[in-house]
Design a protein around this ligand. Structure first.
Ligand code: KG4
Ligand code: ZN
Length: 340
């Protein structure tokens, strides 16, 4: 049984699962009324990755000022809001606890219901922010720092996981290879930029060829590491650009091959590509080429909604409200994409 959503309703979305404090106000149709992200990139850059304890503390400092900024930007009072949606997992437990506790406190104080949202469902819904794009049945490729998976969406809200990584996510591989090449954190954008200036002249392995729809990226990461150990002169300058281009090429080949197989196996009107790595221009171009060839449309969230943000959590929270899935949000680091 699903409830009818108020067209003029306003959902406050809060995302704190990793290293960004994202807050937004979103309408049920995906219109983003206001949004802000407090980034912790500078804090974690010196460690080459996210330092969990420092991430939780930074969320404590940032969360209320970011909520206040979004409400002020949109000229809204708490009494204008319909409800609050907050990420309850998966993610870093300390960061999730800060987000859910803050949301419960705000909900209690303002007399609003609070919905605990699965971060992965948030990424899925990011493709319908600003305008509706997803046409069902759909195939979704979710590529982020924490996850790499393929899921079939027969209808809105229904999710069947059809493939996932056996080890590292593709985002993790980007971040680790970036570190090997002395690039800043997060590695994705830095690798993309460098790869554009290089020639893909190193034949890195295309892992997981035999894993049906599952992925594996740790072998690729190790082979870049072995290559750089054997060829230290290629860790900098134009040599590094060629290594980055070769690494990106290997990732794209694997992602495209798996998506092609999934589209052939499951009825799909479109391919949805979401998650931080979907911000990569190379990934976007490769996905477009595949969709042209397969005769399906490509649904991509605008760049700003590809990486973690509060708007995707706000839009997903409307699905929870429609299904009556309220109750105190319980942080859970083990949620899969099929969970609510
Ligand atoms: O979705 P996201 O913001 O956070 C998680 O849920 O993990 O994804 C973060 C990941 C990081 O690994 C980052 O390096 C990668 O997304 N990323 C990119 C780009 N922007 C972020 N990877 C490739 N190209 C980009 N432009
Ligand atoms: Zn994410």
């Amino acid at each position: 049984m699903t409830a009818v959503l108020p067209d003029d309703g306003l959902m406050l979305g809060i995302e704190t699962s990793c290293d960004d404090t994202g807050v937004a106000v979103v309408r049920p149709d995906g219109e983003v009324v206001a949004a802000a992200v407090a980034s912790q990139v500078e804090l974690h850059d010196r460690y080459g990755g996210v330092y969990p304890e420092m991430a939780s503390r930074a969320h404590v400092d940032a969360i209320l000022p970011t909520v206040r900024k979004v409400l002020t930007d949109a000229d809204l009072r708490p009494s204008d809001l319909t409800a609050i949606g907050v990420t309850r997992g998966p993610g870093l437990i300390g960061s999730l606890v800060v987000g859910t506790n803050s949301a419960v406190g705000l909900g209690d104080g303002w007399g609003l219901p609070v919905y605990g949202v699965n971060h992965l469902r948030g990424h899925l819904r990011s493709a319908d922010l600003d305008e509706r794009r997803v046409d069902y049945p759909a195939m979704v490729l979710l590529v982020s720092g924490g996850h790499t998976l393929l899921a079939h969406l027969p209808a809105p809200g229904a999710v069947e996981l059809v493939g996932s990584t056996r080890d590292d996510s593709v985002g993790e591989a980007y971040d680790k290879v970036a570190r090997m090449l002395g690039l800043p954190y997060p590695g994705g954008p830095a690798i993309d930029k460098l790869a554009k200036t290089g020639t893909p002249d190193v034949a890195f392995p295309r892992p997981a060829k035999d894993l049906e729809l599952d992925f594996s990226f740790s072998g690729l990461k190790s082979s870049v590491s072995r290559f750089l150990a054997a060829n230290p002169d290629r860790a900098g300058g134009s040599g590094a650009a060629d290594v980055a281009a070769s690494f990106v090429d290997a990732c794209l080949d694997v992602l495209v091959a798996k998506c092609r197989k999934a589209l052939a196996r499951y009825p799909s009107r479109c391919l949805v590509v979401v998650g931080g790595v979907a911000a990569s221009p190379q990934v976007r171009a490769a996905a477009q080429q595949l969709c042209d060839e397969a005769g399906v449309s490509l649904c991509l969230p605008p760049l700003r909604w590809s990486t973690d943000n509060g708007a995707m959590i706000g839009l997903a929270a409307w699905d929870y409200l429609a299904r009556g899935l309220d109750g105190r949000p319980r942080p859970d680091t083990s949620l899969t994409i099929a969970d609510w």
